[in-house]
Design a protein around this ligand. Structure first.
Ligand SMILES: Nc1ncnc2c1ncn2[C@@H]1O[C@H](COP(=O)(O)OP(=O)(O)OP(=O)(O)O)[C@@H](O)[C@H]1O
Length: 120
C-alpha cells in the first residue's frame, strides 16, 4: 500500500495539506486572502447569489489564493538560491507578484459584475 499508486497519491495529499497549513499559519498575504474570501462567502449568502455566481466567485477566490501560494513558493526559492541582492532575483519576484496582480484584478472585476446588480 505504502508504495502503490494510491499510497503515493495519499502521501502527496498529506504533503499538500502540510504546505497549505504552513501557508495559512505563516504567510500574512495568504491570511489576508482568506479573510477576504470569508467576507465574499458571507456576502454571497447575504445577497443570495445564484449558483453560476457562486461558481465564478469560488473560481476567483481559488485562483487568487493559489497564485499567492505559488508566489510565496517562488519568493522562497529565490531567497534560497540567492539570498543577496540581485536585479534578476528582483525581476523574478516582481514577475511572480505580477501574476498575483492579474488574478486579483480579475477577481475584483468578477466581484463587481456579481454584486453591482444587487447593490443598485
Ligand atoms: N534579493 C533581492 N534582490 C533584488 N530585489 C529584491 C530582492 N528581494 C526582494 N527584492 C525586491 O523587493 C520586492 C519585495 O520582495 P519580498 O521578498 O520582500 O516580497 P514581498 O512582496 O514583500 O512579500 P512578503 O511580504 O510575502 O515577503 C521584490 O518584488 C523585489 O522587487
Amino acid at each position: 500500500m505504502q508504495n502503490s499508486f494510491l499510497g503515493k497519491r495519499i502521501k502527496a495529499c498529506g504533503y499538500a495539506l502540510k504546505g497549505a497549513y504552513i501557508l495559512i499559519k505563516t504567510e500574512p498575504p495568504i491570511q489576508v486572502q482568506i479573510v477576504i474570501s470569508i467576507i465574499m462567502v458571507a456576502l454571497g449568502f447575504y445577497f443570495e447569489i445564484t449558483t453560476a455566481e457562486w461558481i465564478f466567485q469560488t473560481f476567483a477566490m481559488g485562483m487568487v489564493l493559489s497564485l499567492e501560494a505559488a508566489n510565496t513558493a517562488i519568493e522562497e526559492i529565490a531567497d534560497f538560491i540567492h539570498p543577496d541582492f540581485h536585479h534578476k532575483i528582483g525581476l523574478i519576484k516582481d514577475m511572480a507578484a505580477g501574476a498575483v496582480f492579474f488574478a486579483a484584478v480579475t477577481a475584483v472585476v468578477v466581484g463587481f459584475i456579481i454584486y453591482i446588480p444587487y447593490l443598485f
